[in-house]
Write a protein that binds this ligand. Structure first.
Ligand code: GLN
Length: 381
């Protein structure tokens, strides 16, 4: 057998695949991997169908269907007051993960340092390592998971090339606040540091909070790749369509990689989303829609032995299980799936060191009946 030297020797199968597979094997309610169990809007599906019937079934332009890039530019200007040129500064991607991988591959050179905040979505570190970069992780702690900016400052040196941000945050459901933006701005000013801002939950933000997109702040925008998703807002995670925005000098590098990674993204769905985005209520209605689900799920769990952590955005509710068991979160998540029939995500897997704060993440993007059944089972724990 020809030996292969693994490029990711420590990396196993992503927790989302592991937990979803287990949930389906044992017939558990799957609140682990984040995806809705309700329908994609029929109007959007009809638009995809119409685009296919209209013959939009061949390669889309490499950077994305022009009408869609124009709609993205319009939405971004309306929401964040930022002008992006659809010709040169916006690229449609096969989901957020591809955009993140592409941005990192295009800009991180061997031995460049990239700062990430843990718990961190699990695709960041492997992409950095594959590019030859060095992961510099800073651990955040429950219940608030605030970024310790003084420690960030201490981590920065002349090899620091990028900081990865994620707001609203997966897995914790926390968000960046105005003070975080001010700290970040002071830190990167006059430094050659890029930002990669994972904002795939931008429209899922609650209690009237503001989404602090990097697009709002010129000092940050000029050095940022902003990654967004259509799967989350439009209840269609399986379509794997998202996008990336960045100033032209960054986007031109991004496209050099994008063109050989996926070339382009499936065409009919792009035409459909371009049409669908014309009605802003399709995304402006989302905070109310998901906040109701968040509140419903939280209320149900209030009587349980789990302790609810704050949730300001995303479709994830985290809980601690101190007082229920001393088990590791990974063991408890398995037992909860097998014995109680509810699958969750243990958050220690998002820490390089496996730090276990006894926190599980549940996805509440589910029909009311699903949440009812899950709560009924969780109350027995
Ligand atoms: N973003 C989703 C989650 O956090 C799943 C992503 C994936 O399965 N790769 O659950």
């Amino acid at each position: 057998m020809t030996p292969v030297i693994s490029k990711l020797p420590q990396t196993g199968t992503t927790i989302f695949t592991v937990m979803s597979a287990l949930a389906s094997e044992v017939g558990a309610i799957n609140l682990s991997q984040g995806f809705p169990d309700f329908d994609t809007p029929p109007k959007l599906i009809a638009l995809v169908n119409a685009a296919m019937k209209a013959g939009h079934n061949q390669y889309a332009p490499m950077a994305g269907v022009v009408a869609l890039r124009e709609q993205i530019a319009e939405k971004t200007e309306k929401l964040y007051g930022a002008v992006y040129n659809p010709e040169t500064e916006i690229t449609v991607t096969a989901g957020g993960t591809q955009a993140i991988f592409t941005a990192i591959t295009a800009t991180i050179n061997p031995n460049d340092e990239v700062i990430i905040f843990e718990p961190a979505f699990d695709c960041y570190a492997p992409a950095i390592k594959l590019a030859g970069g060095i992961v510099k992780s800073l651990e955040l702690e429950p219940p608030d998971y605030r970024i310790p900016w003084a420690m960030v400052k201490r981590l920065i040196n002349n090899k620091t090339r990028m900081i990865i941000l994620n707001t609203p945050h997966n897995p914790t459901g926390t968000i960046l606040h105005r003070e975080d933006i001010d700290e970040l701005t002071a830190i990167v000013k006059n430094q050659d540091i890029l930002l990669l801002s994972d904002e795939v939950y931008e429209h899922l933000i609650y209690d009237g909070e503001t989404h602090h997109s990097m697009a709002r702040y010129p000092e940050l925008r000029q050095r940022s790749f902003i990654v967004a998703s259509f799967g989350k807002p439009f209840h269609a995670t399986g379509w794997k369509v998202g996008y990336c925005m960045a100033p032209e000098f960054l986007m031109s590098e991004f496209r050099k990689v994008h063109q050989f990674l996926v070339f382009s993204v499936n065409a009919p769905i792009q035409y459909a989303i371009a049409d669908y985005l014309r009605d802003e209520s399709t995304y402006l209605s989302l905070p109310a829609f998901f906040q109701e689900k968040r509140d419903y799920f939280r209320k149900g769990l209030e009587q349980s032995r789990f302790k609810l952590l704050p949730c300001s955005g995303s479709y994830f509710q985290s809980v601690t299980f101190n007082g229920i068991t001393d088990e590791k979160d990974t063991d408890f998540a398995l037992r909860l799936t097998k014995d109680f029939g509810v699958a969750s995500i243990p958050t220690s897997v998002f820490y390089t060191r496996g730090t276990d704060h006894h926190v599980l993440r549940f996805c509440f993007a589910k029909r009311q009946e699903t949440l009812d059944k899950a709560v009924e089972r969780l109350l027995k724990v």
